[in-house]
Design a protein around this ligand. Structure first.
Ligand code: NAD
Length: 252
């Protein structure tokens, strides 16, 4: 039986596309009420309508995760609307340009760190503040295999995802005593807009990325979403500080 999130409330950032969108749908299917956040309001509303049509309950709050006031308003809005937050999937992220490290400008580098590190930090900060008061919770951060090993031509992305795993581990240590579990998922190449941007939409380049995995294919958004549901659920009640690899064996 799939894990149940009946009675829970989950916040998902970067929910307007890709892994975040699939996770919001899967969390709702598992019974959670879902607060979906990203910058693109129309896409969020389409997702809310889709969840409602399937019998779930969702609410959208337009949020840029690099803006502290907007993140604070997201968490406050979620608590106001649904009475509390039990789980969060901090998924919003960008890849930045694909090029050798020495050609990166400091602006390009910091832009990636702003979304992936500062954004994840701000979300955790306000989620944890609420969860400490609420008596517990489960947080999942979206890291990457690039948080465990270097990804060529992605200096900022790899640095940021190593940092996401670092923050995940520290928060797991700091708040395990408060009943808050903090884990990360580390997807390999997954079939989303991000991979389309990395390959420039060239199917041959996509095939080369797929070939890095011994399974010879890209991951699907549903495969990541299933792990997020499990990590949010009580089925993973002793899993804390884990960086769960979902890469078809690429890093084995
Ligand atoms: N696709 C992959 O191969 C892959 C692999 C490992 C990890 N990831 C991670 O998965 C996450 C989702 O990426 P995806 O592959 O679904 O790509 P995507 O581009 O479809 O999704 C990224 C989401 O983040 C949102 N976002 C970006 N900047 C934001 C900001 N400042 N505030 C709020 N939302 C913002 C985007 O609007 C989008 O909804 C990212 O953190 C990414 O690093 C992806």
């Amino acid at each position: 039986m799939p894990p149940s999130l009946e009675g829970k409330v989950t916040v998902v950032t970067g929910a307007s596309s890709g892994i975040g969108r699939a996770a919001a749908l899967a969390l709702a299917r598992a019974g959670s009420r879902v607060v979906v956040a990203a910058r693109r309001e129309a896409k969020l509303q389409t997702l809310v309508d889709e969840i409602s049509a399937a019998g779930g309950e969702a609410f959208a709050i337009t949020t840029d995760v690099t803006d502290e006031e907007q993140v604070r308003a997201l968490i406050e809005g979620a608590v106001e609307r649904f009475g509390g937050i039990d789980c969060a999937f901090n998924n919003a992220g960008i890849e930045g340009p694909s090029k050798p490290a020495h050609t990166y400008s400091s602006e390009e580098f910091m832009q990636v760190l702003d979304v992936n590190c500062l954004g994840t930090f701000l979300c955790m900060k306000y989620e944890i503040e609420h969860m400490v008061e609420n008596g517990g919770g489960a947080i999942v951060n979206d890291a990457s295999v690039a948080g465990l090993r270097g990804m060529p031509r992605q200096v900022a992305y790899s640095a940021s995802k190593h940092a996401v795993i670092g923050m995940t581990k520290v928060a797991a240590l700091d708040y395990g005593g408060n009943g808050i579990r903090v884990n990360a998922v580390c997807p390999g190449f997954t079939d989303t807009d991000m991979v389309d941007r990395l390959t420039g939409g060239d199917p041959q380049r996509a095939e080369r990325l797929a070939a890095y995995s011994p399974m010879g294919r890209l991951g699907t958004v549903e495969e990541v979403a299933n792990a997020v549901v499990w990590l949010c659920s009580d089925e993973s009640s002793f899993t804390n500080g884990e960086a769960m690899v979902l890469d078809g064996g690429l890093s084995a």
